[in-house]
Design a protein around this ligand. Structure first.
Ligand SMILES: Cc1cc2nc3c(=O)[nH]c(=O)nc-3n(C[C@H](O)[C@H](O)[C@H](O)COP(=O)(O)OP(=O)(O)OC[C@H]3O[C@@H](n4cnc5c(N)ncnc54)[C@H](O)[C@@H]3O)c2cc1C
Length: 345
């Protein structure tokens, strides 16, 4: 068993489970490299899953039409034979060089990794929750204001004010209502972007008196020492009012910010990582950057380009991971050894 704080050892650590990070697992796996994948989001697929799950993509080679969600699912199916280990809901905070090449990587959950290769597939950076424009909200963040639910039990027997009209706000209203002392859902309008089924369930709970629904926006918070006791709110039309609450959960969507990538000591240009086009390696040997996060002459932020980058990256990574082995180029159509790895022969 791994002792607490003993690093998880791996050949390759991929930062970002967007389409390019996922396909990199495949290319690395074909060459026998074991991968761990970290993503801040609680799901895989990056922008495809978070920003446009139901929108069609028409320019994936050989697939005339696929949705963002469909592509994420298909990539997960494709990489299954390589058993990548996912660490979702965690953000990589720091990378430290400890060998030639060997890196120590730390997440915000305190997890440590020791890896020969780092593949930065961080896209546009980290998805961060949009903070509502409520004066002084920072003083309550992490104690009474939460932008994600990591552990439902933390909200047991609490008076919750959930704000928003999308899937997250509605899903958490439905999921937390049975364990919370009281749930108030607040939204600016009486129309919701969430799935109709969730909206109907929420309305049924309101009709049964199990959830309060309020029209309006939070304007101020009241409490002491980071502990919230009350939110002041105002509807578009009508009088201001207050909601007694122990916790506020605003769900206003996510925005992309570069996040800690800029602090890893990798050379950056305009918030992107310059790479060579032979192997998509950064200025630090052993650290590669693929997908939307990298830049080079002629770069196109397209998924198919990130796939190509992953294939070439894996060829160079192999020489670091297996310095004494010769790499023989093979096709999946004709190589029985590759087919064995894929579990098809
Ligand atoms: C609306 C829309 C439509 C699009 N349509 C198309 C299209 O039709 N065809 C096409 O080719 N492209 C399209 N794109 C672009 C395409 O989605 C991107 O090129 C692609 O998602 C890039 O993939 P990626 O893996 O590089 O990064 P991303 O998909 O951005 O994934 C990066 C992941 O890294 C994670 N991450 C970042 N920093 C950290 C950190 N410090 N620790 C842990 N995790 C981290 C993020 O949470 C994210 O999940 C579209 C984009 C949008 C927004």
């Amino acid at each position: 068993m791994r002792a607490v704080n003993e690093p998880i050892k791996t050949d390759v650590l991929i930062i970002g489970a967007g389409p390019c990070g996922l396909f990199a697992v495949f290319e690395l796996g074909l060459l026998d490299m074991k991968t761990h994948v970290i993503d801040i989001l609680d799901k895989v697929g990056g922008q495809c899953a978070e920003l446009y799950p139901e929108k069609p993509i028409y320019d994936i080679p050989g697939i005339p039409y696929v949705t963002g969600h469909g592509l994420s699912e298909a990539l997960m199916e494709q990489i299954k034979p390589f058993n990548p280990v996912f660490h979702l809901g965690e953000m990589v905070e720091s990378i430290e060089k400890i060998g030639e090449p060997l890196f120590r990587v730390r997440t915000d959950a305190g997890k440590l990794f020791e890896t020969k290769i780092v593949v930065v597939a961080a896209g546009g950076g980290s998805f961060q929750p949009k903070r509502p424009p409520v004066p002084g909200i920072e003083a309550y963040e992490g104690t009474s204001v939460f932008y994600a639910v990591r552990r439902m039990d933390a909200f047991r027997d609490k008076r919750l004010l959930i704000v928003g009209g999308g899937d997250s706000a509605l899903d958490w209203t439905l999921n937390l209502q049975p364990i919370a002392k009281h749930v108030t859902l607040m939204h600016r309008r009486d129309q919701f972007r969430a799935a109709p089924d969730s909206v109907n369930k929420m309305k049924a709970l309101v009709a049964e008196g199990k959830v309060d629904f309020k029209l309006g926006q939070v304007t101020a918070l009241a409490g002491d020492g980071g502990q919230l006791t009350m939110a002041h709110a105002k509807p578009d039309k009508g009088e201001p009012y207050t909601v007694a609450c122990d916790a506020l959960l605003p769900f206003f969507g996510l925005t992309m910010k570069l996040g800690p990538v800029a602090d890893w000591g990798i050379k950056m240009e305009d918030d992107l990582i310059p790479v060579d086009t032979a192997a998509f390696e950064t200025n630090i040997p052993g650290i590669f950057a693929i997908g939307d996060i990298n830049t080079y002459p002629g770069k196109l932020k397209l998924i198919l380009c990130g796939f190509h980058e992953g294939a070439l990256m894996a060829q160079k990574a192999y020489h670091y991971v297996f310095p004494d082995k010769r790499l023989v180029f093979q096709y999946t159509t004709s190589s029985t050894s590759l087919q064995k790895k894929l579990g098809v022969s």
